[in-house]
Design a protein around this ligand. Structure first.
Ligand code: ATP
Ligand code: MG
Length: 401
């Protein structure tokens, strides 16, 4: 089925909590590749999915993230028509999985989390067997899939002799035979070594460039952060956050900045004409003025940007850390940050200074600018965690059901 413009439903936009929410304005929009609405599922007396709602747009690589037992596989099994939802609705390319499961099966390529492969046949025989099962012209399609998955060179090898990574690649090949529009992959790279992971990742990127939508679950965040355009995070059966990674990140950044303003860190740094940055005292010397402690209760006397005389009683914003790599003399850089900028946590680790601070991205810019202005040879700035790890830690609380 081609992209359908659905004019009957109100458009939806992503929000920070609870997935997508209806917007009051009506306008035509493209049918999502996958649409999940108020999905509930229960095993025994345990609600394993609770009102899960999100969209996967066409052409995305969408990461479904959550700790063990969060309900990822259960959601995926509903999408793959293997489990009927107890309440709610799931559609693939506009087709309801409960109403027309056969059509949905034509649209999807589903790779379960622990699927086996037939071991005693060759790679080509394996693919030809499934091509026949899918009733697709086996010769031409198998050749195309062998080429795409780079398995052509070992097409005559017996499956049992292949490595885990190669078997996983073969599984991906199998689900591509009927040219599905949407790929649903449950933990496609678990148990793989770094090279095999990278190869699977590259294959996913190639499949996306061929127009496929890819939905994959994982709890390995570094694996997803390189490929995913959007994510949903599930925790104890509830959706915590969903949407494009950049959008989630900037909303969290806005929240962080707002919290920081109410506490100790600066509002977005303003470079007004009268603004004169402080100079750090020479290395080894104490700053002028009374001894400084940090944070909120005793702000640096010369650092108005960091000071707030009466911080309102609110939950402490999360502390962030970044690593600043110096060409030389990281001790001096740490000293500059502590004494000049009043940063409490600036520890030397090899050629890095690890800095802990409360605040938003504007504060990172200010820290780097201040170091450079004071002659510290900064050659790199790295977050302590990658974007996705940071989002995950900020929006989840930990624990399983
Ligand atoms: N067939 C079943 N019968 C009873 N309980 C089940 C069944 N399948 C899953 N569960 C329970 O449902 C919850 C969600 O399981 P699910 O497999 O969906 O989680 P998951 O997020 O995929 O976890 P993992 O990361 O370990 O794969 C868990 O508490 C699990 O024990
Ligand atoms: Mg699972």
């Amino acid at each position: 089925m081609t992209d359908v413009v659905d004019t009957t439903a109100a458009p939806e936009r992503t929000r920070i909590e609870g997935g997508t929410a209806p917007s009051p304005r009506a306008a035509p929009r493209v049918t999502p590749a996958i649409r999940v609405r108020h999905l509930w599922h229960r095993f025994g007396n345990l609600d394993v999915l609770r009102d899960v709602t999100f969209d996967v747009a066409q052409g995305e690589i969408f990461g479904f993230i959550g700790p063990n037992g969060a309900g990822k596989t259960t959601t995926i099994r509903v999408m793959a028509t293997l489990l009927e939802p107890m309440a709610g609705r799931v559609e693939v390319d506009g087709i309801d999985v409960t109403i027309d499961p056969n059509e949905v099966r034509r649209l999807i390529g589903y790779m379960p989390d622990h699927a086996g492969v037939y071991e005693r046949i060759t790679v080509r025989e394996y693919l030809e067997f499934f091509a026949d099962a899918f009733r697709v012209p086996s010769l031409s399609v198998v050749d195309a899939v062998l080429e795409l998955t780079d398995l052509g060179k070992i097409q005559d090898r017996v499956v049992a002799t292949m490595s885990k990574g190669m078997k996983q690649r073969l599984q991906l090949g199998r689900i591509l035979l009927h040219d599905p529009k949407v790929l649903i992959l449950d933990e496609p790279a678990s148990d793989l070594d770094p090279r095999a992971r990278i190869e699977i990742r590259d294959l996913l990127l190639e499949l996306r460039s061929l127009g496929k939508t890819i939905f994959l679950s994982s709890h390995i965040l570094t694996e997803l952060s390189d490929v995913c355009t959007s994510i949903a995070i599930l925790e104890k059966g509830r959706l915590v956050v969903a949407g494009p990674i950049g959008e989630i990140s900037s909303r969290l950044e806005a929240i962080r900045s707002a919290q920081a303003v109410g506490h100790t860190a600066p509002a977005p740094v303003s470079y007004s004409p009268g603004y004169r940055p402080m100079q750090a005292p020479p290395y080894g010397q104490r700053p002028a003025g009374p001894p400084m402690t940090y944070p909120a209760t005793h702000p640096h006397p010369q650092a108005p940007h960091y000071a707030h005389p009466h911080p309102p009683p609110m939950a402490a914003p999360p502390r962030r850390r970044l690593k600043i790599r110096l060409l030389s003399d990281p001790e001096r850089a740490a000293h500059i940050l502590k004494t000049g900028l009043g940063v409490p946590e600036a520890d030397v680790i090899g050629t890095f200074v690890q800095v802990g601070f409360v605040g938003g991205d504007a504060q990172i810019a200010e820290i780097v600018r201040y170091l450079v202005m004071n002659g510290a040879p900064v050659i790199g700035v790295e977050p302590e965690r990658n974007e996705l790890e940071r989002i995950f830690l900020e929006v989840t609380r930990g624990g399983v059901q």
